[in-house]
Design a protein around this ligand. Structure first.
Ligand code: AMP
Length: 211
């Protein structure tokens, strides 16, 4: 799943994981787990993450490699938030391969509004929104009853920084995958397409590619 922060990668990757029966791997979740568990890696990457900067390629590739060597990944997996640089894409080719890049095209204004009201479950990482995707009980996760919080990097000042970084480092990757003819666009120009419709489009794309 490809797209700027707040474009819905995590939400759709998680739903798709249920549909396809393969794991959803969010490198952002891997990073947050390391920080939460206060591992040695966690202490080294904490600052990058809190400031909305990219974790250095070698460290994030190490985390990804460890995750995809788990037995549940043998039938495939859905990546969310990886690769984010051309160097990471090249590294990914050495350890695995990509079939399809679903690019969620959402404008900056919509992203800023969404991220500023996004809530994340401290326990399972599920994503909600104070305005658009409310939990059943305020402040509690529908799935695991974990506490919902605003990610430090979802604060307005950091959002701008993450968007700039996306344009500079990550967006150019689309060209890399276009050359492989793997990019499929989902356009949501005013952010008004309902999530169910976006999901339907994603499934259609995957079915077409499979046939
Ligand atoms: P995300 O949840 O995908 O927005 O990621 C949260 C933070 O984790 C990012 O702002 C980065 O600091 C770090 N991160 C996640 N994925 C990557 C990646 N592929 N490359 C570098 N840093 C990453």
């Amino acid at each position: 799943m490809f797209g700027p922060p707040g474009s819905g990668k995590g939400t759709y990757a998680s739903r798709l994981s249920g549909e396809l029966g393969i794991p959803h791997i969010s490198t952002g979740d891997l990073v947050r787990d390391e920080i939460k568990n206060q591992t040695e890696m966690g202490t080294r990457i904490n600052d990058y993450s809190a400031r909305g900067q990219l974790v250095p390629d070698d460290m994030i590739c190490q985390l990804l490699q460890k995750r995809i060597s788990q037995p549940d990944c043998t039938r495939g997996f859905i990546l969310d938030g990886f690769p984010r640089t051309v160097a990471q894409a090249q590294e990914l080719e050495k350890i695995s391969s990509t079939d399809l890049i679903i690019n969620l095209d959402v404008p900056d204004e919509v992203i800023i509004e969404r991220l500023a009201s996004r809530l994340t479950c401290r326990n399972c990482g599920a994503i909600y929104n104070e305005r658009f995707l409310k939990p059943r009980i305020p402040g509690k996760c529908d799935k695991c009853e974990g506490q919902l919080y605003q990610r430090e990097d979802d604060r307005p000042r950091v959002i701008q920084q993450r968007l700039q970084l996306y344009r500079k480092e990550t967006h150019p990757l689309l060209e890399y995958y276009r050359r492989k003819n793997q990019v499929r666009n989902i356009s949501n120009k005013d952010g008004g397409v309902p999530p169910e419709k976006v999901m339907e489009e994603i499934i259609n794309i995957i079915q077409t590619e499979r046939n």
